[in-house]
Design a protein around this ligand. Sequence first.
Ligand code: GTP
Ligand code: MG
Length: 335
Amino acid sequence: RNLKWQIQCRGDIGRLNAPFLAIYESLIPAEEEKAKQKQLLTLLEKLVCKEWPDARLYLYGSCANSFGVCKSDIDVCLAINNKEINKSEILLKLADILQTDNLQNVQALTRARVPIVKLMDPVTGISCDICINNLLAVVNTKLLRDYARIDVRLRQLAFIVKHWAKSRGVNETYQGTLSSYAYVLMCIHFLQQRRPAILPCLQGMDKTYSVTVDDIEYSYFDQVERLRDFGSHNKETIAQLVWAFFNYWAYGHDYASNVISVRTGSIIRKLEKDWTRRVGNDRHLICIEDPFEITHDLGRVVDKYSIKVLREEFERAAEIMQYDPNPCVTLFERY
Ligand code: GTP
Ligand code: MG
């Protein structure tokens, strides 16, 4: 495996840049889609504020972290300061309030892992999930968005990796593969590790932004407009990065011992985190540390069957990037 990790990239990698960039461009959502999302959020705010004047709505997830491809659903967080009643009651009440002529298929899913209200807006055609007080998701959404503003290659790489994962059926947490959020963290970490580095480690720099959630402070450097040249010493192009990303996850990563950590901008040891054995349902077969909830392994959903599927997909992708005459097609073939 290690020998393979040392292999030279194919000589004609340069000719793959234009087609990969074309795929990236085709996945960027249109401005009008953003406008429709805003419109739906405004409608929701109006309805929610009648019942809870102090409540606030935040967009999070791919509609706000800049890693959303076109025609995505939106994720909304209702921030409400009401310690008296429980989440289920709030969700049922919320579903009731939103049950208006303007919205369709309003359902409260109170028993889900993350309880939500789901709905569809027939005017814009957008579906939406609303959760309650999941403020860390709003904070990690900002972190991802800030990273994306430093170097455009992050967004390019993440769009291609997400598109690959969806096409190959390895973006399904309920089937033991990884969330989109996990893939974006893998891309950020990968670009932090390039030499010269393409991304810095924002949580390792002076704090310019800080927020308190449930009495815990989270902070990092967020003046990213000052970091626009950060990656300029590294001239790697998108095709080289896609090649190297899959090569790393196929042959370079030490699954037995290592954890990738965006928080520290480095690789840390499973031993250090006590992630060496199965605890409950968490098997730690691929370890991706959440940047804020550091006891959270985003690979915890992966089981002994799906780790095989994932690693075979990484190897397939690496082989295609190395040898296939037409990787921009083969990579995304439906599984
Ligand atoms: P797509 O909808 O697939 O385009 O991507 P998405 O960015 O919306 O990703 P996903 O549905 O995986 O997650 C939505 C948001 O929820 C993420 O951006 C995170 O903010 C948050 N999130 C998802 N999974 C986790 C998790 O396991 N831990 C934490 N802390 N946050 C999560
Ligand atoms: Mg989403």
